[in-house]
Design a protein around this ligand. Structure first.
Ligand SMILES: Nc1ncnc2c1ncn2[C@@H]1O[C@H](COP(=O)(O)OP(=O)(O)OP(=O)(O)O)[C@@H](O)[C@H]1O
Ligand SMILES: [Mg+2]
Ligand SMILES: [Zn+2]
Length: 509
């Protein structure tokens, strides 16, 4: 007897329906899986055999051929356990023969017949719906996540026995429905807030400018000056994620297996802070069983590279393309995958090897040692950082003060206003913020009057700014003008933007 059960597999975020075809026939007992399965799926055979036996059914001792079609698509992971078991039980007569044209099955079997959760449920369901699927049988622990996709019926299952009796019409199972009201009520639940950062007015202002224009930024300061503390709070002042953005973020984290079964919908902007020893693969994604890297996990949020000079230069080089394109393409033997990665880059560094250059404590680094230290940062990466600010230690009187600091929500409201102006201005050209302006667009949107031109010329002469600073200053000045709802860039905007080139001024220029 031949039976066919549908399932789905992902390449990147793209889904492909897979037919699990099982033929049980007379002949020498054997069980073969064909159709480009990887090792993890070949192991599935043993799990399925044991799970069926331990669920009280007989594993047919006949000739069993399992074909995963189409054979051209590489399949991996353990999600095919359940569809394979169901197809075998159907072909051997334990489950009523039925044509499940619009239903897919997903789940990993444990040896006792229980069904374990799998990774990537949300993108699988989204793709399944696109491909015309109406019902999906999933592990109970994945059900809430699956139910985020509306108009698809989600049937939660815990064991193979339950699936058998459900398909035979003996035990009904109610579909799981997602409570979107719940999300709206909980919109915004960062546990951090900018009001916890005392003083540091200038740095907070620089960070607000960065958030307002989507600019990458670098915080330079001595140990303990609060760089990490402030960076962690940047997501709290970025505009709230839209529903579609949340969905995209959740999809990526689903593939990485980072979704909690109780609270599967990610509504906070991500903050990722990989250690400086991170490998290229973990940073940008890939690997034997491909996974999104830190840059994709930071999608629509903040990627924080703490202690930037400690990172391997060649590791940082791989960020160039993704920073430019907002996506990363990973080539593999049988496939090419793409993951999105639009993030705000925030980096931190000490001003010198000992960390205390320019602070109250004594620094005993030679100017050569300092140059070498700064030189460790990749130039192309630095080219993509619009704002560089020096963070000095918070003053005691600020730390001690009982003055109330502005909270994140208030700052975020202003950021949202500035972003709205940019969205409107750029809606026809397909960019979202000033940070994305190309040299040509800078010419068009960041025009200076003659007074401002003179200021900029002087600044270049006096501070010895590098050519790479030019476009960056104009973009940041545009953002500051937008924050003040000013149509044109004015002298004060330009002067502030020039201040955000600490590295050029001090060390390189
Ligand atoms: N402006 C501030 N207001 C309140 N607390 C602060 C402030 N600045 C620093 N702190 C306190 O100092 C601690 C150390 O700050 P943080 O770890 O952010 O410094 P850092 O600049 O990242 O240092 P390092 O170079 O060692 O990583 C914070 O956890 C916080 O408790
Ligand atoms: Mg730190
Ligand atoms: Zn030093």
């Amino acid at each position: 007897m031949l039976s066919i059960i549908k399932s789905i597999t992902l390449h990147g975020l793209e889904g492909f329906i897979i037919d699990v075809q099982v033929d049980v026939a007379g002949g020498i007992p054997c069980c073969d899986i064909v159709g480009l399965p990887d090792v993890s799926i070949r192991e599935s055979k043993e799990r399925v055999r044991t799970a069926i036996k331990n669920s009280g059914y007989e594993f047919p001792s006949r000739r069993i051929i399992i074909n995963l079609a189409p054979a051209t698509i590489k399949k991996e992971g353990s999600a095919f356990d359940l569809p394979i078991a169901v197809a075998i039980l159907m072909a051997s007569g334990c489950i009523k023969m039925f044509n499940y044209e619009k239903t897919i099955f997903l789940g990993e079997l444990s040896l006792d017949g229980n069904i374990n959760s799998i990774k990537g449920i949300l993108p699988m369901c989204i793709e399944a719906k696109k491909l015309g699927i109406e019902k999906i049988i999933v592990p109970k622990d994945n059900a809430k996540e699956a139910s985020i996709v509306s108009e698809i019926q989600v049937i939660p299952v815990v064991s193979l026995n339950q699936v058998i009796s459900y398909l035979n019409g003996q035990t009904p199972i109610s579909p799981v429905q997602f409570n979107f009201q719940h999300i709206n009520e909980n919109n915004f639940n960062y546990n951090l807030d900018f009001s916890e950062v005392k003083g540091q007015k200038n740095i907070k202002r620089a960070i607000e400018v960065a958030a307002s224009g989507g600019h990458n930024c670098m915080l330079i300061g001595s140990p303990g000056s609060g760089k990490t503390m402030m960076a962690r709070r940047i997501p709290t002042i970025l505009p709230n994620l839209s529903f579609d953005e949340s969905l995209e973020v959740t999809k990526i984290h689903s593939i990485a297996g980072n979704i909690s079964s109780d609270n599967p919908f990610i509504i906070n902007r991500p903050f990722r802070s990989p250690h400086h020893t991170i490998s290229k693969t973990s940073l940008v994604g890939g690997g034997k069983i491909p996974k999104p890297g830190e840059i994709s996990l930071a999608h629509y949020g903040v990627l924080f590279l703490d202690e930037l000079p400690e990172f391997d230069k060649s590791t940082l080089e791989v960020l160039r393309g993704p920073l430019e394109d907002g996506k990363i393409t990973i080539s593999r033997l049988n496939a090419v995958l793409t993951y999105p990665c639009k993030f705000m880059l925030v980096a931190s560094m000490n001003p010198c090897p000992c960390g205390y250059y320019g602070s109250d404590k004594e620094c005993n680094c030679s100017s050569q040692a300092i140059k070498k230290y700064i030189g460790k940062i990749s130039g192309p990466l630095l080219d993509r950082v619009d704002i560089q600010v020096e963070v000095s230690n918070v003053k005691y009187e600020n730390l001690n003060s009982s003055d109330e600091e502005e909270n994140s929500e208030k700052i975020r409201k202003r950021v949202e206003e500035a972003r709205k102006i940019q969205l409107e201005r750029y809606q026809k050209i397909g960019i979202f913020s000033n940070s994305e302006l190309t040299p040509k667009l800078i010419e068009k949107y960041c025009k200076l009057d003659s007074k401002c031109e003179k200021i900029l010329e002087k600044a270049f002469e006096k501070l010895g700014l590098s050519a790479r600073a030019y476009g960056r200053i104009l973009k940041v000045a545009r953002t500051i003008a937008d924050m003040e709802k000013s149509e044109n860039i004015q002298a004060s905007h330009l002067l502030e933007a020039i201040q955000y080139r600490s590295l050029d001024k001090k060390y390189i220029g």
